[in-house]
Ligand binder design. Structure first.
Ligand code: SF4
Length: 136
């Protein structure tokens, strides 16, 4: 069970690669178009964008649902929840997307990681741990 983690970006965004749209705006990944995280690069060096995007690694979540659920959830490695999906669905970077949460829980139940009614963020209390799957 991982310790609670309020880091927003646990993916590869801001780690050496960027996307640039047709209007010359750099963004840290293909799907994250939050204006506050994009940067014009027509008149600025790409290196400036790369350096700025490395700062994403330090961004922390503040939304209470994220802190109460995602930051404590052992399904984070399985789940598609990310700042880009939150921004697309809610206009914020840290609001959990419920349908992604439901998909991750359905997958975890199918894999035998959770029983019916158990939730990924209640793992510590319930003593849930991801098990090694049986070999075929
Ligand atoms: S399964 Fe739900 S609580 Fe866990 S990381 Fe995904 S969205 Fe967050």
């Amino acid at each position: 069970m991982p310790l609670p983690d309020d880091h927003l970006f646990t993916c590869g965004a801001g780690c050496g690669g960027i996307a640039v749209d047709a209007y010359g705006r750099a963004q840290p990944c293909l799907t994250l178009r939050a204006p506050e995280l994009t940067m014009g690069v027509l008149d600025a060096p790409l290196a400036a964008a790369l350096e700025r995007f490395t700062e994403l690694r330090e961004m922390r979540a503040a939304h209470s649902d994220y802190l109460g659920r995602c930051a404590r959830c052992f399904l984070r490695g399985l789940c598609e929840q990310c700042p880009a999906k939150s921004w697309s669905e809610h206009g914020t970077l840290d609001t959990p997307v419920d349908y992604l949460c439901e998909v991750a829980h359905a997958q975890a139940r199918h894999l035998g990681w959770l029983r019916d009614g158990q939730l990924g963020w209640e793992g510590a209390e319930a003593g849930i741990t991801a098990r090694r799957l049986p070999k075929d």
